[in-house]
Design a protein around this ligand. Structure first.
Ligand SMILES: [Zn+2]
Length: 144
């Protein structure tokens, strides 16, 4: 797998998620649609090469993320999804229309984590399956 996985179809992005995680993401998307939003997965799985490029552009703080997870045979098995409203993306209108707050509520209700609640580096669209490791959190809180 290569190329820019942000350009994949919604279906392919969803299939790139770990199955347990995918079920929860599906619930979050359904709840958001019920609330009148137009949720869209921007990134499901992405390659380590794309991750390094995002790091070079300073659009991420990590060189390996839950988006990069794969099975040993190379099949995408991501444990994070970036979810935006198709109308607004990351534009100020997303916040103004309450999309990020709704995403946080629904992610937590589904038992997932919401990156927008991270104090030092809020990552508004980022919904991972696992909390960040306690050590990583200690490191961040130490400003290191
Ligand atoms: Zn993300």
């Amino acid at each position: 797998m290569g190329g820019d996985s942000s350009r994949w179809t919604q279906d392919k992005k969803l299939r790139s998620l770990n199955p347990l995680f995918r079920a929860k993401v599906g619930a979050v998307l359904a709840r958001l649609r019920k609330r009148g939003f137009q949720p869209s997965v921007f990134y499901g799985w992405r390659s380590v090469a794309v991750q390094r490029e995002l790091d070079r552009l300073r659009r991420t703080k990590v060189t390996f993320s839950s988006h990069n997870a794969q099975r040993k045979d190379g099949t995408a098995n991501a444990y994070a999804a970036d979810i935006v409203d198709a109308r607004w993306g990351w534009a100020p209108a997303a916040k103004a229309n309450g999309f990020w707050a709704a995403l946080g509520e629904e992610a937590k209700a589904a038992g997932l984590v919401w990156g927008g609640s991270w104090a030092t580096f809020p990552d508004l669209a980022h919904v991972p399956y696992h909390p960040n490791s306690p050590l990583a959190q200690v490191k961040r809180e130490s400003g290191l």
